[in-house]
Write a protein that binds this ligand. Structure first.
Ligand SMILES: Nc1nc2c(ncn2[C@@H]2O[C@H](COP(=O)(O)OP(=O)(O)OP(=O)(O)O)[C@@H](O)[C@H]2O)c(=O)[nH]1
Ligand SMILES: [Mg+2]
Length: 471
């Protein structure tokens, strides 16, 4: 990990705090509207479930101009916790908000977490709980659910399990879950959930790593934490948190940069850890902690027409790049699908009276719903097995190809949009449970196709070795 660049302010804070047993860390960037709730829930959780431990709550903020940090420190009236819980806390809770430094000039969620890791290590905490600052559904019990497996069960890494709407978590469903499972053999359903529990040992391991990249300083951090725990052989489990309700995002408009950072990190870690994943076949369950819950996650609208259009538009400028990163057969099939996506989306937009961008409803009419849009392009289907092979092609190209990582993941985004569009269309009449079965089916497809990956990987590695000595 890049050498410590803790600011004097943070060093002073560490000296003042001295040490702690349990820490809740909250990264934030302009979350004034939601962070107060997260802080209150975390504080109540610390008091209710860990009354004998010395707690600290740290917010690592990006210097948000909206007063996020002030809300963390001032969020509740004195005596609030005693009143709602009818307990008197034994240990004083220190609540701190600080501005974290950039890592090698890069600021982002990962840079915020790096400061949290360094503070947790310096304070010698036994457990660090990290939660997002835009959560609406967090309750005090989450602190127990995330720290309990570490403090009581001897686990080092606790990944979240949520009930998410079938259209939510698309990067997770299409890439990080199936790839993490097929490569490393652990069925961690939410490898980039954002809410984690980490042991003191694992924090020290994180700080000793040398593979920190600019993407890890941004949204690559979540997959980096999960993968590093797995490759380091740490004891991992999951915990049942119920629903994840947070500031929602439409996969077609908000998730491009996040996809590039997450997938870029996943691919470079796959490159660096090949010796670990090459021999692994199949996968196994990862224990889940906490009582199961029955929840109906809030529905999410997705513009499937725009996803298909973006897939098609990508093919117009990126066909050559795709050819360099995808095996010939698969490439041809992808191009065929992109053309079909374009035709279907255009005809549907025309029928529904939408503009070329398929963005806003036109002529004063409201935007059609996800189902109406999906019905209009119902013929579109991006098969599971093709998706698995394309992801594996990209993985091999990321390790041995000529296309640099940034260009490669950027070129991959429109194909991902095509795949997400297809899933939303195919799943539109499915219950949450049936959609979950589809995600499982796709993950099994990735496992089934792993020999394809291993074979292509070994060929590419041999070819690379053959040219190497002549350089
Ligand atoms: N410190 C810091 N925190 C950030 C930054 N960007 C995002 N975060 C925090 O990281 C957490 C997750 O960010 P979100 O934008 O909600 O992303 P997400 O929920 O993982 O994404 P989806 O599940 O795909 O919606 C939130 O607590 C954000 O406040 C940043 O630049 N700096
Ligand atoms: Mg969020």
């Amino acid at each position: 990990m890049p050498s410590s660049a803790l600011t004097p302010e943070i060093k002073d804070e560490i000296a003042r705090l001295g040490s702690a047993d349990i820490m809740v860390g909250i990264p934030s960037f302009r979350n004034a509207a939601t962070i107060g709730h997260v802080v209150r829930a975390a504080q109540a959780g610390l008091v209710q479930y860990f009354p004998d431990l010395r707690p600290v709550l740290v917010n690592a903020d990006a210097g948000s101009p909206d007063g996020t940090g002030r809300i963390v420190v001032e969020t509740e009236p004195p005596g609030y916790i005693e009143q709602i819980l009818l307990v008197h806390p034994t240990n004083r809770l220190d609540r701190v908000s600080l501005t974290y430094p950039a890592v090698d000039g890069v600021s982002g969620k990962g840079a915020a977490l790096r400061t949290l890791f360094e503070m947790a290590a310096a304070l010698q905490v036994e457990a660090l709980v990290v939660v997002d600052s835009d959560l609406r559904s967090i309750v005090p019990e989450w602190i127990e659910l995330l720290a309990g497996p570490i403090l009581k069960g001897g686990y080092d890494f606790v990944a979240p399990l949520y009930a998410r709407h079938k259209y939510d978590g698309t990067i997770t469903n299409t890439v990080t879950y199936p790839v993490t499972r097929a490569l490393y053999g652990h069925r961690i359903r939410q490898p980039i959930g954002g809410d984690f529990g980490v042991s003191g040992d694992l924090i020290r391991h994180y700080l000793a790593q040398e593979d920190w990249t600019p993407d890890v300083s941004r949204f690559g951090i979540d997959i980096w934490m999960t993968t590093t725990a797995l490759t380091g052989g740490f004891a991992v489990c999951q915990t049942r948190l119920g629903a994840k309700i947070h500031d929602p995002k439409d996969p077609g408009s908000d998730l491009g940069p996040m996809f590039r950072q997450v997938v870029g990190t996943l691919l470079s870690m796959a490159r660096d850890n090949a010796e670990r994943w090459l021999p692994i076949t199949g996968s196994h369950d990862v224990p889940a902690y906490g009582f199961e819950r029955v929840v109906d996650p809030a529905p999410l609208e997705v513009n499937t027409l725009r996803l298909l259009s973006q897939f098609h538009e990508g093919s117009l400028t990126l066909a050559d790049t795709w050819q360099r990163i995808i095996a010939p057969d698969n490439w041809e099939q992808v191009l065929g699908l992109a053309a079909e996506a374009g035709t279907l989306a255009e005809a549907a937009a025309h029928r529904l009276g939408l503009g070329r961008e398929s963005g806003e409803g036109t002529a004063g009419r409201p935007m059609p719903t996800t189902d109406e849009l999906s019905d209009a392009v119902a013929a579109f289907h991006f098969p599971d097995d093709l998706w698995a092979r394309v992801v594996y092609d990209v993985l091999v190209s990321a390790s041995f190809g000529e296309t640099e990582m940034e260009r490669l993941v950027a070129a991959f985004v429109p194909i991902y949009f095509g795949r997400v569009g297809s899933l939303v269309i195919e799943d539109r009449h499915l219950s949450e449970e049936q959609a979950e079965e589809h995600v499982e089916r796709q993950a099994r497809e990735f496992e089934l196709r792993k020999p394809y990956l291993v074979e292509r990987w070994r060929e590419a590695a041999a070819a690379a070795r053959a040219v190497e000595p002549q350089r």
